[in-house]
Ligand binder design. Sequence first.
Ligand SMILES: Cc1cc2nc3c(=O)[nH]c(=O)nc-3n(C[C@H](O)[C@H](O)[C@H](O)COP(=O)(O)OP(=O)(O)OC[C@H]3O[C@@H](n4cnc5c(N)ncnc54)[C@H](O)[C@@H]3O)c2cc1C
Length: 454
Amino acid sequence: MIERERIQELNDEAVDEGGDYVLYWMQQSQRERSNPALECAARWANRLGKPLVVAFCLIADYPDANRRHFAFMLEGLAETARRLEKRGASFIVRLGSPPELITELAESATLLVCDRGYLRHQVAWRNELRKSVAKRILQVEGDVIVPIECASDKREWAARTIRKKINSRVDDFVRGLSATSLNVAARGLAVRGDLDLARWPEVLDKLDVNDDVEAVDRFTPGTEAAHAKLTGFLRSGLVGYADNRNDPADSKASELSPYLHFGQISPVEIALKVKRAKGPSTADKDAFLEELIVRRELACNFVYFTPDYDSYQTLPDWAQRTLQDHKSDDRPKLYTRRQLENANTDDPYWNAAMQEMLRTGYMHNQMRMYWGKKIIEWTNTPRYAYSTALYLNNKYFLDGRDPNSYASVGWLFGLHDQAWAERPIFGKVRYMNAGGLERKFKIDRYVRWVNTLA
Ligand SMILES: Cc1cc2nc3c(=O)[nH]c(=O)nc-3n(C[C@H](O)[C@H](O)[C@H](O)COP(=O)(O)OP(=O)(O)OC[C@H]3O[C@@H](n4cnc5c(N)ncnc54)[C@H](O)[C@@H]3O)c2cc1C
C-alpha cells in the first residue's frame, strides 16, 4: 500500500482527463521495484485508462557529480529502463534541466507524479514545477521510512530527540508495496527521449561530465545488485551487527549506502527484510534499524529544516564557540588539501582509509569518523577542515552528496553530538586517535586489506 502521508499535492490544478498519458518524473527513486511514486502513477494511469510515461532528466553538470557518480547512476538506470519497459511503461531520458523538460512533457499529460528529495536543488526543481505545470502534481515520498513531517516538525538536536518520534511511527510505514500491472501499454506513444540507456557507456562518453574521478567496480550498480548485497548481508552481516558493526577489519556493514543514495533500493524493503530475518537477534536487528532509520532520517531532518545545510554556520553554537577558542592552538602536523587527497600523511591508518575512498568510493563508518576527525587536527582552521572534509566526501564517495554527507560531516564538528572533555584543537568537540583503533580492532589487517585493492 501507499500510505496517505507519503503523498502530497503540490498544487490545486485539476487532472486533465484529455491528456495522452500519466507522467512520472523519476529523479530520487531511481528504481522500478518498490517505488511508491511509480506505483502511484501506475494506479492513476489505470484509473484514467492512460499509458504511463516515466521521464528522467540527465544533467551533465549536476551539482558536485563526476564520472564515478554518473557511471553508477547510468548503469542502474539502464536496468530500471529495462524493467519499466517490460511492465509496459515508456521510459525516456532527456538531456537538460528538469523544470524545463518536465514542464514541456506535462503539457500532454493528465497529471504529473514526482518523487521527493531534500537537497536544495531538488526542492527548488519541484518548486519551479509547481509554478510552471498547469496539471495536478503529486509528490510521493519513497526514500525514507517515516515521511519527514510525520516524524517531527522541527530541526532535531540529536538521535536521542528524534528516536522516539520516528520509532513510534515506523510500523505505520514498513509495509510491502505491490507492483501494479499497467492496463494500457505505452508502446504506441510518440513521445521520445534523447538518449538510449541500453548503450549507457557510450552515453557516458558523450556526456560532458566532470572527468576528475574515475568509475569504480567495487559495487555493481542497480536494483538487482542492491538486493544481492542485501541478501548477502542478511546471511552473514546482520548476525553480530550489534557488537561488531564498528570493526573495519572484519566488516559487518551492509554496503547498501550507494544504492540508497541513488534510490536503487527502497529503505522500506530493507527494513521489512531485516525485521523478518530469522537467525539474527533482536539486538542485531535493532542496531541496524537504528542506523538505517533513526540516523539516516535524522540526516534528512537536518537537511530539510536547515536551508544552508552545507555551511559551517549551521554547526551548533557550542561547537563553533569551542572550536573558535582553540583555533590558534598548536597543530603538531599540518597537511595541505593536496597531501590529504593523495593519501600522503604520516598516518598509515588514515592513508589506508583515504585509499579505500579513492579506489572504491566507499569507507567503513568507523574509518569515516577517524578520517574526518584527523582532518580537523591536521588543517589550519576548523572552517577549512569543514570545507576539506565535505569536498573529499562528495568528490569520492559513491554515497556522497547525500543528506547523510552533510549531517555526518557536521557531526565531525559537533552536530547531533554532545560536548566532551576539553582538549587542544578540538575544544569540547569529540576527538579520536589512532590508539583507539589499535586498542579495539586489528587495524593492521584493515591496512593490509586496503593495500590489496586495485
Ligand atoms: C565523516 C563521515 C562522512 C560520512 N559520509 C556519508 C555520506 O556521504 N553518505 C552516506 O550515506 N553516509 C555517510 N556517512 C554515514 C555512514 O558512515 C555511512 O552511511 C555508512 O558507513 C554506509 O555504509 P553501509 O551502508 O555499509 O552502513 P551500514 O552499517 O550497513 O548501515 C546501513 C545504512 O544505515 C545508514 N547509516 C549507517 N551509519 C550511519 C550513520 N552514522 N549516520 C547516518 N546513517 C547511517 C546508511 O544509510 C547505511 O547505508 C558518513 C559518516 C561519517 C562519520
